[in-house]
Ligand binder design. Structure first.
Ligand code: FAD
Length: 303
């Protein structure tokens, strides 16, 4: 059995594994896809002390750092169930059951996509999901934000300070964001809000995004916007489906953790984008992974 078994191989999982292994305890990591969301990222400019890097490069560094220690790394393995018995048991898709004294859940999250033509083709070429990450790339340019919930309106306010102009497209007839955010967004001269707008296509020149097409749901008319960037803000979905009924989740499916990374299940900790931490970033997940590993170690020495 492991002392610490980490489920997930993104920045949170990698950090948790290194912190655990450095305590000289039996550490395992299983990951469906090592690297997580970072594998899908091109430019990273906010990983403090590294001025600029690229996702695949950071993933290679993460893996090398993990493998510097005595860590049992199990790639392309998916957890489908977790249960607290004497030890914590983690069942894999292939039927195997791994046992560990403590488990750290770091399964991350995924951005909900629009599922319109052009979105996949122009990902990282103008279609973006993270304003904190990619906002500065569109300095002085025209952008759109898809989604008029809190994250969409926050993104619009954030981007308005950097880019030339922001158009918010909301599918329904009202914005679903907090009133104070809506008021702020409406007060900005370079923000336009369009409701009842259904995005139908991402337009590009083969290299980069050049605009988008949307249908006015009131009139049925189709319109084009010229843009350099499109920020899709229609939800971040935690990869926690397999945990329903085991650890406590928020109504959005995020694992609820305390200040030590503890979940509601004894000996089970969690870190990163799959949890209810307020901001989802690489540096934040790495910090959370360290917290969860130290929390797990603390649990081990007390039990
Ligand atoms: P993830 O990176 O999502 O990793 C989750 C891990 O768990 C993966 O290994 C996955 O395969 C695994 N997993 C999931 N379910 C299971 C299961 N059932 N069994 C086993 N393994 C499982 N942040 C920044 O700070 N700067 C940026 O510039 C930046 N740019 C971004 C660009 C894009 C396109 C995206 C999508 C995100 C970006 N982010 C950026 C956000 C950042 O990538 C995330 O905050 C971070 O990766 C979260 O780390 P994590 O370890 O919690 O989860």
């Amino acid at each position: 059995a492991f002392d610490v078994l980490v489920v997930g191989g993104g920045p949170a999982g990698a950090s948790a594994a290194i912190y655990a292994a450095r305590k000289g305890i039996r550490t395992g990591v299983l990951a469906e896809r090592f690297g997580g969301q970072v594998s899908d990222t091109m430019g990273i400019e906010n990983f403090i002390s590294v001025k600029a890097t690229e996702g695949p490069k950071l993933v290679a560094n993460l893996e090398q750092h993990v493998l510097d220690y005595d860590v049992d790394l199990m790639k392309t393995q998916k957890a489908v169930r977790i249960e607290k018995k004497d030890l914590v048991e983690v069942e894999l898709e292939n039927g195997a059951v791994l046992k560990s004294k403590t488990v750290i859940l770091a399964t991350g999250a995924r951005w909900r996509e629009m599922n319109v033509p052009g979105e996949q083709e122009y990902k990282t070429k103008g279609v973006a999901y993270c304003p904190h990450c990619d906002g500065p790339l569109f300095k002085g340019k025209k952008t759109a934000v898809i989604g008029g919930g809190n994250s969409g309106i926050e993104a619009a306010i954030d981007l308005a300070g950097i880019v030339e102009h922001v158009t918010v497209l909301e599918f329904s007839d009202t914005l679903r964001a907090d009133e104070v955010l809506v008021r702020k967004a409406k007060s900005l001269p370079n923000v336009t809000i369009i409701t009842e707008a259904m995005t139908t296509e991402v337009l590009g020149d083969g290299e980069r995004v050049t605009g988008l097409q949307y249908t006015d749901r009131k009139t049925g008319e189709s319109h084009k916007l010229e843009l350099a960037g499109i920020f899709v803000q229609i939800g971040l979905v935690p990869n926690s489906e397999f945990l329903k009924g085991s650890v406590n989740l928020t109504e959005r499916g995020e694992i609820i953790i305390d200040s030590h990374g503890r979940t509601s299940m004894e000996g089970v900790f969690a870190a990163g984008d799959v949890t209810n931490v307020p901001y989802k970033q690489i540096i934040i997940s790495m910090g959370a992974g360290a917290t969860a590993a130290l929390g797990a170690f603390d649990h081990l020495i007390r039990n």
